[in-house]
Every structure is written in C-alpha cells, then in structure tokens.
Design a protein around this ligand. Structure first.
Ligand code: NAP
Length: 272
C-alpha cells in the first residue's frame, strides 16, 4: 500500500472512471491525495461517483467529472483543454474506457468491430495525444497508464475486436515509452485478469457456470478483486515506479500462463 499523500498536488484523468476498475483506481488515487477527473458517457454514473469520492476523502476538490465519449476526437481535445485550463496541468492519464462483448469472429459485424476499435484503440490514441501534447508543451512530464488484457498478446478467441484493439494499445504503449521518454513522460500498461465488475460480468461472464469455468483457467483459482488492481495501478501512476516505462504489468493470477499447466492436464488424463 502506498503512503498517504503519494498523489498530493497531482491531477489526472481516468476514462471510464465512474465504474468498475476505473472507479476503484480513482478512489485510491484520491485517497492518496490526488485530484481525479473521471470521464465517460453517462452523467448519471459520473455524478454519484464524484460525490462518493468527495465524501470519502473529505475533499471537495478530490474529484470532478467530464461527460465524454472517447470516440469523439474533438470532444477529447476539448476535455484536455478544459482540465488543463481549470487546473493548470495534467499529471497523469489512465486510458481505461472500453467496450467488449463475446462474439464469433464470423458473426461480428463491421459496426461491432468499429465500435470496439473506436473506443479502445482510437479512444486511447485521442486521449493520449490530447494530454501528451500538453505535457510536452508545458515540459511537466507525466504518466500514462493503459488498461489492456492478457489476450493482447495471446489473442482472444471470441473477442477478436477487443484483442486486436488491446494489442494495438500495447504497441502504442511501447512505442510512446521510447518516443516520449525524452519528454519525461512514462507510458505503461496494466493487464488485469478477470475481475468481477458489473460491466464485465454482464458482457463477458453472465452466468455462474461461465464464471466457474473461467476460475479454473486461473492458477490462483480466483478472480482479482478491485483493491488488488487499484493498488497495482496506483503504483504505476505514482513516482514509486519512476524507472518503469514501456512495461506491461500483468496481474492475472497466472491466467495467461495456464496453457503451460501440464501437471494439471496430466492428472486429468490419468486413469482414475
Ligand atoms: P466497466 O465498469 O464496464 O468499465 C468500462 C467503462 O468505460 C465504463 O465506465 C464506461 O462508462 C466507459 N466507457 C465505455 N465506452 C465509453 C466511451 N465511448 N467513452 C467514454 N467512456 C466509455 O468494466 P471494467 O471491468 O471496470 O473494465 C475497465 C477496463 O478494464 C477496461 O479497459 C477493460 O477492458 C479492462 N479489463 C477488465 C477485465 C475484467 O475482468 N473486468 C479484465 C481485463 C481487462 P459509460 O458507459 O458511462 O461511458
């Protein structure tokens, strides 16, 4: 757990920060003294999320919101300009907003493909570009954290749109880590394994049997909890990770390595 005041004097944007993982990270960063601007489409979720953070921290300035569709490049640019104008700087950006659903590749429509690519890959680029150029112009440096998933490098049968978009975000992360190091901007990714958020549960594991099946693919035999992801993300957003850039921080209970679990498979093959 990071020390109190780790984020004191820091201001940053978390897309999709009103729910699930984004909200958990926003709460943690605010608890540690930071000011978070959460940005997503539904004001009815943003308002209560901001109120909760303000009341938990006792600081009216701990959280603010901005209604935003990350697919709209002009709206993203306007948000970055507003946050920069209102607070004088942007210290960090967490690209967390995403859309996803399970579909066989041959049944995925062009519209479905474009929707996910536009949110995850294009939205990440729009936000990164709008915030990054301000960090560069002001010479403040900064930190970016992109939320991906372990199928960014394994591929993800059933989620071709999301896997392709997250793979693109991983490439973007590594590219900018090198390109923007000279501007003192660190760019990392975090790859959570399954986390039981309402958004993910509805779209990706809507049934207890599916959840149980997924649980069995995780060597630690459980889903991550939000605190585990929030603490890892806070570390990556903080100065405690000041020498890390271009890294992909995997926090998935060993799930992506489970294909190498010959031991369990051998036991299953043994005659009873
Ligand atoms: P979630 O609560 O549904 O979060 C997704 C957020 O993105 C929502 O707050 C949503 O808010 C926002 N969003 C969606 N479309 C948007 C758009 N066009 N513009 C702006 N915001 C948009 O789900 P989550 O589980 O916390 O997921 C958060 C991140 O973790 C995602 O990047 C996801 O891919 C990643 N992840 C999750 C898991 C998991 O098991 N939960 C595993 C690996 C990776 P609005 O609908 O109000 O816009």
């Amino acid at each position: 757990m990071l020390p109190e005041k780790t984020f004191e004097g820091r201001t940053g944007i978390i897309t999709g920060g009103a729910t699930g993982i984004g909200f958990a990270v926003a709460r943690e960063v605010a608890r540690l003294g930071g000011r978070v601007i959460i940005a997503s489409r539904k004001e009815e979720k943003l308002g209560p999320a901001v109120e909760q953070i303000r009341s938990e921290t006792g600081r009216a300035d701990a959280a603010h919101y901005h209604v935003l569709d990350v697919r709209d490049a002009a709206a993203v640019e306007a948000m970055a300009a507003k946050v920069d104008g209102d607070f004088g700087r942007i210290d960090f950006l967490m690209n967390n907003a995403a859309g996803n659903f399970i579909v066989a590749a041959e049944e995925l429509s062009v519209n479905g493909w474009n929707t996910v690519i536009n949110i995850v890959l294009n939205g990440t680029f729009y936000c990164t570009s709008a915030v990054g150029k301000r960090m560069i112009e002001k010479k403040t440096g900064g930190v970016m954290l992109n939320v991906i998933a372990n199928y960014a490098w394994t591929g993800g049968a059933g989620v071709i749109h999301s896997a392709s978009a997250k793979a693109g975000v991983l490439a973007l992360t590594r590219t900018l880590a090198v390109e923007w190091a000279r501007h003192k901007i660190r760019v990392n990714a975090i790859a959570p394994g399954p986390v039981d958020t309402p958004g993910a549960a509805e779209r990706l594991f809507p049934d207890p049997m599916i959840m149980e099946g997924i649980r069995k693919t995780i060597p630690l035999r459980r889903f991550a909890n939000l605190e585990e992801i929030a603490q890892a993300a806070s570390y990556l957003l903080s100065d405690y990770s000041s020498y890390m850039t271009g890294e992909n921080f995997v926090i998935d209970g060993g799930q992506w390595l489970s294909g190498s679990d010959y031991f369990t498979r051998l036991k299953q093959m043994m005659p009873k």
